[in-house]
Ligand binder design. Structure first.
Ligand code: SF4
Length: 394
């Protein structure tokens, strides 16, 4: 086991050779909330869960089971079934605005993405001197939950403390992210519980839901509406591609000549490209696995990194290959899931995050504008140095 290959939360201090360290399961807490008449239990599902869940029910790798997944979650008893892709659209809108602000106002560059909690944790422990490079924009899960506990609760006339916000994630590190003190408001965690794809599979089977024969149904709104850009978040390069679609249009008043920006797609560990955008020659890099991220960060420390914008995902292939996905995940399955996410994007009516109609409404009625004071208070966060468990130099 190579410590730099660890794709989990980095919270463990030992590597257990016999598997005695198991993932913390929040399912009981979620079921308790569902049976609590005072709670409105809402659920969000990450983009890569819908293309991995089918594996457990005998479907081919990369099957898109979004609508059956929504039906299953309703049968389990969630009051509202929403979509993390809506949160991803919001993350992109804020992050594109942040990138432009950093570029135009000579702020800390390069900016790196921060939606992967394992990567954030790695930075806080191993590159604390470089924390200012992390985007302050919250991850899709966190941004979704922050809106759910404020604007959504207010709109539905529910006390924030009675909204129980559950996230279905392909990721174990998201359990750790949900417990970060920075992601709380008035003493309440924004995200109350995280269940992995594996956990959801267990629950569906435990309840005895005949998944393959479920009818299909749609997400609830307003937080179930999303664009193709939100969907590709689950693949390595997806955050970069989605952010470029918005940043390019905002900086040039024109859409990107090609929405499908292929230089950031594919499995290479470090992908590089340059984009002419509003008078800037933007140098970008897309990195997956922390081993590759460390190479880039060492370059940054040595003053040899001339990128403007870097995407980092800890898991191989991005969240589609996440630590909370079915244990049977193979390289071939990861590739099929990525293809499926691109199919979802291609078949989406809207493919740019800032065009999401419910987001436009949210900004008009509540947040004012990307990067506004309210947006900063709710949708951005901060990071700090943490003690590290491993010293890679030894
Ligand atoms: Fe979690 Fe995705 Fe990061 Fe993997 S790449 S640790 S699944 S957020």
């Amino acid at each position: 086991f190579n410590k730099t290959d660890c794709v989990l939360c980095g919270q463990c201090t030992v590597v257990c050779p016999v598997g005695a360290l198991v993932e913390k399961d929040d399912t009981d807490r979620v079921l308790d909330a569902i049976f609590d008449p005072d709670k409105t239990v809402i659920v969000q599902t990450a983009p890569s869960v819908r293309v991995a869940l089918g594996d457990a029910f005998g479907l081919p790798d990369g099957s898109i089971v979004t609508k059956k997944m929504v039906s299953a979650l309703r049968m389990i008893g969630f009051d509202k079934v929403f979509d993390t892709n809506y949160g991803a659209d919001l993350t992109i809108t804020e992050e594109a605005g942040e990138l432009i602000d950093r570029l135009k106002n000579n702020k800390t560059m390069p900016m790196t993405t921060s939606c992967c909690p394992a990567w954030v944790n790695f930075m806080e422990k191993h590159y604390p001197d470089k924390i200012a490079h992390l985007s302050t924009t919250k991850s899709p899960m966190a941004i979704f939950s922050a809106i759910a506990k404020t604007q959504y609760a207010k709109q539905e006339n529910i006390a924030s403390k009675n909204v129980f916000s559950v996230a279905i994630m392909p990721c174990i590190a998201k359990k750790y992210e949900a417990k970060r003190q920075e992601l709380t408001q008035n003493g309440l965690f924004d995200t109350d519980a995280v269940i992995t794809t594996r956990g959801l599979i267990k629950l569906i089977k435990y309840i005895g839901i005949d998944f393959n024969n479920l009818p299909e149904s749609e997400f609830d709104n307003p937080m179930g509406e999303s664009t193709g850009a939100g969907a590709i978040f689950g693949a390595t390069g997806g955050v970069m591609e989605a952010a470029l679609r918005t940043a390019y249009e905002w900086m040039t008043d024109k859409p990107m000549p090609t929405l499908e920006y292929t230089p950031v797609r594919g499995f290479e560990g470090i992908k590089e490209a340059q984009v002419e955008i509003g008078g800037h020659n933007l140098k970008i890099a897309v990195v997956h696995t922390l081993k590759n991220a460390a190479l880039i960060m060492d370059k940054l420390r040595d003053g040899k990194c001339d990128y403007d914008f870097i995407e980092v995902m800890a898991c191989p292939g991005g969240c589609v290959g996440g630590g909370g996905q079915p244990v049977t995940t193979t390289f071939a399955a990861t590739k099929e899931r990525i293809k499926a996410l691109y199919t979802i994007d291609r078949s989406s009516k809207l493919r740019k995050s800032h065009e999401n109609p419910y987001l436009k409404k949210l900004y008009a009625e509540f947040l004012e504008a990307p990067g506004s004071e309210t947006a900063h208070k709710l949708l951005h966060t901060h990071y700090h140095a943490r003690e590290k468990e491993f010293d890679f130099s030894k």
